[in-house]
Design a protein around this ligand. Structure first.
Ligand SMILES: NC(=O)C1=CN([C@@H]2O[C@H](COP(=O)(O)OP(=O)(O)OC[C@H]3O[C@@H](n4cnc5c(N)ncnc54)[C@H](OP(=O)(O)O)[C@@H]3O)[C@@H](O)[C@H]2O)[C@@H](O)CC1
Ligand SMILES: Cc1cc2nc3c(=O)[nH]c(=O)nc-3n(C[C@H](O)[C@H](O)[C@H](O)COP(=O)(O)O)c2cc1C
Ligand SMILES: Cc1ncc(COP(=O)(O)O)c(C=O)c1O
Ligand SMILES: [K+]
Length: 507
């Protein structure tokens, strides 16, 4: 592959054969939890088995953690509130898209829970929502006056309790309940008592805004919960740091955890059993995933038009344009493609592989020549490639005959891979039956030792690249009402020479 092919983005391949990752915290048993917590967990396991893995904090523990974070651990309240508010905003954005739920009313209480609401509202504004704030009991501290100034500078409206519309269901898609957090005690006092009553009666309506509670559904007892006694029943709860005991009573559809700042010392001290956050996310869903109606799952694609006069006459150049745009859009594995092959009995078979280079001579990937796909390709050296770049509403199909690339190119590429993957390729008799994981691991360990001196790991003879030489491309751009753009390039005869012809296909 030296200079022959343009190398696409370098990908790290975390092979199956590298050491197994530690069990996610959420999958560990909860033996280490305090007895009181265990009892509650056991009780709840019966009705909500999925909740058994998490720990829940008492009011005292929640306050203590707060003090520890802002004492010996050196955090400031501003920092924690910023992260908490951002977690709330990102949780909301995961469930309620701004295209359908832009009108958010944030009701903010007098304490830090209210502060979280102010921060969340600011982030929601930047995410494309149109928040309005009701903040009836302002705190004079500079942290809070600063948050208010920030919101005002974004022209985010503040509304008094008296000026709130009588029927909140008409004007809002989401109501952010940031009234009380874990320091709430007793019965709600004015004006929050009336605001909570309004939220409760709102929920009697058949169609009402979704209520999202920050940390604690306001008015609930921090440990005992309370909606049986007529309190609010939020649709979504965003627990911060760790769920408080009242969250055991939460029956809404969406339970998220935010506050990705807990240092291991705190997690250990309080024996916190929490799920791990995915990737760079500020929030993670806990509890049951929502039940979805698969038949109703659909996206109405909205994209710029794909017109004949805009595209390149050479399909490889057009591919380059789209590939580069997909990389720029931040896709994680733009080079992942479905490869379809058929065997001699014309039985088709598909799997994902990674594109490792492309140019006018074709599209290259690497694999084991004795795998299922390798055997299919020796029986029928023709294949189809498929890319789907979801966030761009784009699909590319490529078809053509397939050949092995020169051995020297495979050698060169093989040695550019991480050493673990090189050993993995030796260990894996790809597509053959393995009696158990340990067989692969044992051989992997053995070879790792053998090559620990850094010596060259020989490429297995049966490992190398394939090149598909396209005779057909199709560029697909999703459009509203399923009236998509499809431009197909096929090689046709032009005065005795093959030339690319573009045809528009019906969607
Ligand atoms: N590490 C973490 O976990 C982090 C936590 N964070 C957030 O902090 C929250 C806890 O904040 P917090 O301690 O300020 O308490 P919170 O519940 O907002 O309100 C207290 C206010 O409410 C008042 N009040 C109380 N009862 C009342 C009643 N019945 N009726 C009327 N008023 C009543 C009380 O007044 P008081 O009774 O004292 O006169 C006081 O003014 C927590 O849940 C989370 O959201 C993040 O920001 C940062 C990281
Ligand atoms: C995103 C992704 C990329 C992959 N890339 C490759 C690859 O480049 N080469 C490969 O041999 N297998 C790759 N695999 C594994 C294949 O999908 C497949 O499991 C394996 O090649 C065996 O397929 P076969 O039995 O049909 O030959 C990839 C899997 C995924 C999900
Ligand atoms: C079995 C297998 N072989 C090869 C590859 C491609 O790896 P690399 O990017 O190191 O060439 C992958 C990628 O997922 C794979 O799963
Ligand atoms: K709340």
């Amino acid at each position: 592959m030296k200079n022959v092919m343009r190398r696409v983005t370098t990908m790290t391949f975390s092979s199956l054969l590298q050491s197994p990752p530690p069990l996610p915290i959420s999958h560990r048993p909860f033996r280490s939890l305090p007895l009181a917590t265990q009892r509650i967990l056991t009780f709840c396991t019966k009705s909500k088995p999925n909740m058994a893995d998490f720990s829940y904090l008492s009011q005292r523990e929640a306050a203590e953690i707060d003090e520890t974070l802002m004492g010996p651990l050196g955090f400031t309240l501003d920092q924690l509130m910023e992260l908490a508010g951002l977690s709330v905003a990102t949780s909301i954005a995961e469930v309620y898209k701004p295209s359908e739920h832009s009108r958010v009313l944030a009701i903010c209480g007098p304490g830090n829970n209210g502060g979280d609401g102010l921060v969340a509202a600011r982030h929601l504004h930047h995410f494309g929502y149109k928040p309005i704030i009701c903040y009836p009991k302002r705190t004079a501290k500079s942290l809070y006056t600063g948050l208010v100034t920030q919101l005002e500078s974004l022209s985010i409206p503040f509304v008094s309790v008296d000026d709130l519309p009588e029927d909140l269901s008409k004007d809002f898609d989401v109501i952010l309940d940031a009234i009380f957090g874990f320091s709430f005690h007793g019965a709600p006092r004015p004006p929050f008592d009336d605001l909570i009553r309004r939220l409760v009666s709102l929920q009697m309506l058949q169609k009402h805004p979704s209520i999202v509670s920050v940390d604690i559904p306001s008015g609930w007892h921090v440990e005992e919960g309370g909606h049986e006694g007529g309190g609010i029943k939020p649709d979504m709860l965003v627990s911060l740091t760790a769920p408080k005991l009242c969250a055991k009573r939460f029956c809404g559809r969406h339970h998220f955890l935010g506050g990705r700042f807990v240092p291991p010392s705190v997690a250990e001290k309080y024996k916190l059993e929490l799920p791990s956050y995915p990737g760079t996310s500020m929030c993670v869903r806990i509890g049951k995933p929502p039940i979805v109606d698969i038949s109703a799952m659909r996206v109405n694609y909205v994209s710029p038009e794909l017109l004949e006069e805009q595209v390149e006459t050479d399909p490889t150049l057009q591919f380059r344009k789209w590939f580069d745009e997909a990389v720029a859009a931040g896709l994680r594995e733009t080079n992942a493609m479905a490869l379809s092959t058929t065997n001699k009995d014309r039985k088709p078979s598909s799997r994902m592989v990674l594109l490792k280079g492309y140019d006018e001579n074709g599209f290259v990937w690497f694999t084991n020549y004795e795998s299922k796909k390798g055997s299919d390709l020796s029986e029928n050296p023709c294949a189809a490639l498929l890319f789907y770049w979801e966030i761009l509403n784009r699909q590319v199909r490529i078809e053509g005959p397939v050949e092995r690339i020169p051995e020297s190119e495979s050698e060169y590429y093989f040695h550019s891979r991480p050493r673990g993957s090189q050993i993995g390729a030796i260990v894996s008799k790809q597509s053959s039956v393995v009696p158990g994981r340990h067989v692969l691991y044992d051989e992997y360990e053995e070879l790792t030792k053998k090559y620990s001196d850094g010596s060259v790991i020989p490429k297995p003879e049966n490992w190398g690249g394939f090149r598909l030489r396209p005779n057909l491309f199709e560029f697909w751009q999703g459009q509203p009402s399923r009236l998509h753009d499809r431009l197909q390039y096929s090689l046709e005869d032009a005065n005795g020479k093959p030339a690319w012809k573009i045809h528009r296909l019906a969607p």
